[in-house]
Design a binder for this molecule. Structure first.
Ligand SMILES: NC(=O)C1=CN([C@@H]2O[C@H](COP(=O)(O)OP(=O)(O)OC[C@H]3O[C@@H](n4cnc5c(N)ncnc54)[C@H](O)[C@@H]3O)[C@@H](O)[C@H]2O)C=CC1
Ligand SMILES: O=C1[C@@H](O)[C@H](O)[C@@H](O)[C@H](O)[C@H]1O
Length: 339
């Protein structure tokens, strides 16, 4: 594709995230337009396409990817539908931004990794958008300077106001904690080697049978220990914190994303209701970066190896959660394409 041409993007899956990415591509970022929208819900996708000039509605990802005006694909269907769409895009050598998780389990992630390897070059970026969040980027830069010495521990807190009714215990690990798996690997630049899950008494705000909150522990290659509080139904807002405990100091992010207001004898701030608002800038930067690199014919950001590694940690995490024991993470040797 000539670099000056706007990138024609097919958005696959037009629910909460997909519709937000359509808005972002059409109204927030530059260099791309939505030329196709795809959803198994025919009426929804038809009415979405009707509001976008030059955009066609499809109910089959493959049909959209075959269209002449589609240069790249943004996948925002549910995790279990990602593998089919990813393999179709790789078969056509199309650049992809795939919402997390790459796929929901290690075996399917490995199939995608093998398909990209057969292609011989990277085509897929995974939507681990926290790597584009200003606060996480500052923390990454600080740890990279070496000023604080080695990182010994990370404390993560990941609280959601509530979860959709179909959310399961396993999804707390492979849909929510998958973000902490990725940022831990990225911040420490190493793999997670084992997972343990502890279950405190469940909150009465959580649905019957859901162990919520949970405390998920990672061990890493260098011997760092990482804890993640995942709370799906905290009932008061959406909060994501991270603190690095290093040899010569600590660094913490996520405490005060907004202004601290003092008024009428009280001080305080607003807590964002959900990830769409908390990570709005990160999603914008992520999609802009993907469009820019794609138009230059390059691939950057978290890729298939990161998606596969996270899926393997998820698999260990779900087993640890189910069986109440420490589970080691199994990874294949990292192929040359991802070094
Ligand atoms: N990066 C982040 O912070 C977030 C990422 N996500 C990820 O985004 C993806 C979508 O999540 P949501 O938008 O919350 O889900 P959603 O349920 O709101 O939307 C999914 C859409 O995909 C459609 N769909 C289902 N199967 C399909 C198929 N085979 N082909 C095309 N469309 C299909 C559904 O009809 C629905 O419209 C998931 O991978 C999820 O993990 C979700 C929330 C936040
Ligand atoms: O990816 C996301 C959701 O799918 C997940 O359900 C939430 O817990 C996360 O905070 C959000 O970023």
């Amino acid at each position: 594709m000539p670099p000056q041409r706007e990138l024609g993007v097919a958005v696959v899956g037009t629910g909460k995230m997909g519709a937000d990415h359509v808005r972002r591509i059409e109204h927030v970022i530059s260099g791309a337009r939505v030329t196709a929208v795809v959803d198994i819900e025919a009426e929804r996708v038809k009415s979405l396409a009707a509001g976008i000039e030059g955009c066609t509605a499809y109910t089959e990802p493959a049909a959209a990817m075959a269209a002449d005006d589609v240069d790249a694909v943004l996948i925002a269907s549910p995790g279990p539908a990602h593998e089919t769409a990813l393999l179709e895009a790789l078969g056509r050598d199309l650049p992809v931004l795939c919402e997390k998780p790459l796929t929901p389990d290690a075996a399917s992630a490995l199939r995608v990794l093998e398909a990209e390897q057969r292609l011989g070059h990277r085509r897929i970026q995974v939507g681990f958008m926290r790597r584009y969040d200003a606060e996480y980027l500052r923390l990454k830069r600080l740890l990279g300077t070496g000023e604080l010495g080695r990182t010994l521990m990370l404390h993560h807190r990941h609280r959601n106001l509530s979860m959709p009714p179909w959310f399961t215990n396993e999804m707390l690990i492979n849909d929510s904690v998958v973000h902490e798996m990725d940022v831990t690997r990225w911040l420490l630049d190493q793999e997670i080697t084992a997972v343990t899950v502890l279950k405190p008494a469940a909150s009465t705000l959580a649905p019957e049978g859901m162990d919520d909150p949970q405390l998920v522990l990672f061990e890493t290659e260098s011997g760092a220990v990482v804890d993640v509080e995942i709370f799906g139904h905290c009932g008061y807002g959406y909060q994501v914190h991270a603190e690095a405990v290093c040899e010569r100091g600590t660094a913490r992010i996520g405490d005060e994303p907004g202004p601290r207001v003092s008024s009428e004898g009280r001080w305080g701030g607003r807590i964002t209701p959900d990830y769409i608002e908390r990570f709005e800038d990160a999603y914008d930067r992520q999609v802009q970066a993907w469009v820019d690199t794609t138009r230059r014919g390059e691939v950057a950001g978290p890729g298939v190896w990161d998606g596969y590694a996270a899926a393997s940690v998820c698999e260990a995490g779900v087993l640890a959660q189910r069986e109440g024991r420490r589970v080691e993470v199994e990874l294949i040797e990292r192929p040359a394409l991802y070094r």
